[in-house]
Design a protein around this ligand. Structure first.
Ligand code: SAM
Length: 331
């Protein structure tokens, strides 16, 4: 029973804090790369693809907000990194974006990027360094003089899985995501697709690692017969982007149950490989969503396809979205 599992205290771990420190150090040390250098990267197309999917999710949830999605929204970017999404948010003309990340150097780079584009990024912004799995962001909002901030959207792109090391950390991260979210509004993002990762691992005839020439996933410490609910660790490597970082499986029904405990309903859960398509209800024909965004995306052809070794990485991810219920709906 997942609800019971979610309420059972996690076993103590002897490496508390080490993995967060590893993530902080890794992302802090990651160099900002020029466009010319990015062209040389083995994952040039994949980076473009991930940006395309992020834009799709942002546009999807901005649209769900109605007129506010076209101007004036307040947004939390949880695990914003170096600010790769600042310009994407700019297109939605929000009123205010709060950027939070564990990596102080990344936050500094994010702040600088924002300052360098005053005419394009006209929204108000705050930049906060915090381990979202351990710190109560309420305290940070007080320090930033935004104690009563209320979000229309909370975006969490490629980050939530770092929080599933323990029950306490996952709960803290989820509370940080939804506690200042307005009722009727949305928490969404991108995460590894645990079902796919586990299926790939279990289909290995030997060893604990699968991948292509651009990535690998290694379930080095895993046990083939069962996975813990929290702290189900694997190591992820992605050429030129992630060098062997520990990540943790998010069993989606568990996330759903934890979100329900916080008064949120699931409105989206789909692998990347399905989410990018729109199906015509009368003909059943599948076409790529938002070709306009696609055409602005570097590295992809107009079919939205990637070389096989990069497409394998795409298959490892899924999109998610939750809506916070209103008080009346919760009664
Ligand atoms: N969201 C950004 C994007 O899509 O470009 C960055 C994604 S990057 C794969 C993961 C980010 O999560 C890094 O910037 C890292 O510092 C951040 N992160 C990892 N653990 C975190 C934690 N406990 N609290 C806050 N941020 C965290």
């Amino acid at each position: 029973d997942l609800k019971t599992a979610a309420q059972t205290p996690p076993p103590p771990t002897d490496n508390q804090g080490d993995n967060a420190a590893l993530a902080r150090q890794h992302y802090n040390e990651l160099k900002e790369v020029s466009l010319a250098k990015r062209h040389e990267s083995k994952i040039f197309n994949l980076r473009g693809f991930n940006n395309y999917v992020k834009s799709l999710t942002m546009n999807d949830f901005l649209a769900r907000l109605g007129p506010l999605g076209k101007r004036g929204a307040t947004i939390l970017d949880l695990g914003c990194g170096k600010g790769g999404d600042l310009r994407k948010w700019g297109l939605a003309k929000p009123a205010h974006v709060v950027c939070v990340d564990i990596a102080d150097v990344s936050i500094e780079q994010c702040r600088n990027r924002y300052r360098e584009r005053p005419t394009e990024l006209t929204y108000k912004a705050n930049f906060i360094v915090a381990d979202c799995t351990r710190v109560d962001l309420d305290d940070k909002y007080v320090e930033e003089n935004i104690p009563d901030v209320e979000f229309d959207l909370v975006s969490c792109q490629f980050v939530l899985h770092y929080g599933f090391e323990s029950q306490g950390q996952a709960k803290r991260m989820i509370k940080n995501a939804v506690s200042h979210l307005k009722p009727g509004c949305f928490f969404f993002g991108t995460i590894p697709n645990s079902n796919y990762l586990v299926k790939k691992y279990l289909s290995l005839s030997e060893g604990s690692r699968f991948g292509s020439d651009v990535y690998y996933v290694d379930f080095l410490e895993a046990n083939r017969t069962s996975f813990p609910v929290f702290g189900a660790k694997y190591v992820f490597y992605l050429d030129g982007a992630v060098k062997e970082l520990p990540e943790f499986l998010i069993h989606f029904p568990l996330l759903k149950s934890m979100m329900e405990d916080e008064g949120c309903e699931c409105v989206l859960a789909e692998p990347f490989t399905d989410y990018i398509y729109r199906t015509d209800p009368s003909t059943g024909e599948r076409t790529l969503k938002d070709v306009e965004v696609l055409s602005r995306t570097r590295g992809l052809n107009d079919q939205g396809t990637l070389p096989e070794s990069e497409w394998e990485v795409v298959a490892c991810y899924m999109v998610f979205g939750f809506r916070k219920l209103t008080d009346e709906e919760r009664e």
